[in-house]
Design a protein around this ligand. Structure first.
Ligand code: SAM
Length: 190
């Protein structure tokens, strides 16, 4: 397929937003794949802050980062992303250029622990406020589970109402696929 799939599109967008030395946030660390990817992009002088409410996720991600020699570039918090404002040092906020959310449940984990609309939107609002111009937030929305449908609707209603003078907002979605395929919402602060 020549058209970018969902995950390649996420990577394309994040790579456009981030340069070595920048700060990035992985709002849903899970098994740490995106955290490691962001750590590669920000390089040795940049930094990644990662959030997950599950100890299992933080431990697995921490081990992955050590295995890949990326652990010094990352600080992981076992905390909700809705607390993002209290965890990012002020001197890193000016360079906060990208944040990723992979919504839903931890692959291979407890499917009853899912991201929720209220905390997701609290984190998106805080990040939008904190980020400099050009800062980009990418959400991958998995909505095939019960809470996912509610979260999808809440996120879409929120982002559709962001003033276009404040941010560019797009939705990237395959519209002929079966079984509620995930889609992307990307927000770039203007
Ligand atoms: N990107 C991850 C990876 O590479 O494996 C997958 C993330 S998984 C789809 C979603 C994660 O969000 C779960 O690990 C879950 O524990 C976490 N989560 C749920 N609510 C959260 C919250 N309020 N703040 C931070 N993480 C949360």
């Amino acid at each position: 397929m020549k058209v970018l799939g969902i995950l390649p599109f996420v990577r394309f967008t994040v790579e456009n937003a981030l340069s070595p030395g920048d700060t990035a946030v992985d709002c849903t660390v899970g098994n740490g794949h995106d955290t490691a990817y962001l750590a590669t992009l920000v390089g040795e002088v940049g930094h990644v802050y990662g959030f997950d409410i599950q100890e299992q996720a933080i431990t697995k991600a921490a081990n992955r980062l050590i295995d890949q020699g990326l652990d010094k570039r990352v600080t992981l918090f076992q905390s909700g992303h809705e607390e993002v404002r209290s965890f990012i040092p002020l001197d890193k906020v000016n360079n906060l250029k990208a944040a990723i959310f992979n919504l839903g449940y931890l692959p291979g984990g407890d499917k009853s622990i899912v991201t929720k609309a209220t905390s997701t939107l609290a984190a998106v609002s805080a990040l939008l406020d904190m980020m400099p111009t050009g800062g980009t937030i990418v959400l991958v929305i998995y909505h095939g589970h019960e809470e996912g449908e509610n979260e999808k609707n809440s996120v879409l209603s929120f982002v559709e109402q962001i003033d276009q003078r404040h941010a560019h907002v797009l939705k990237y979605e395959f519209i002929n696929q079966a079984n509620n395929p995930p889609f992307v919402v990307a927000i770039e602060k203007r």
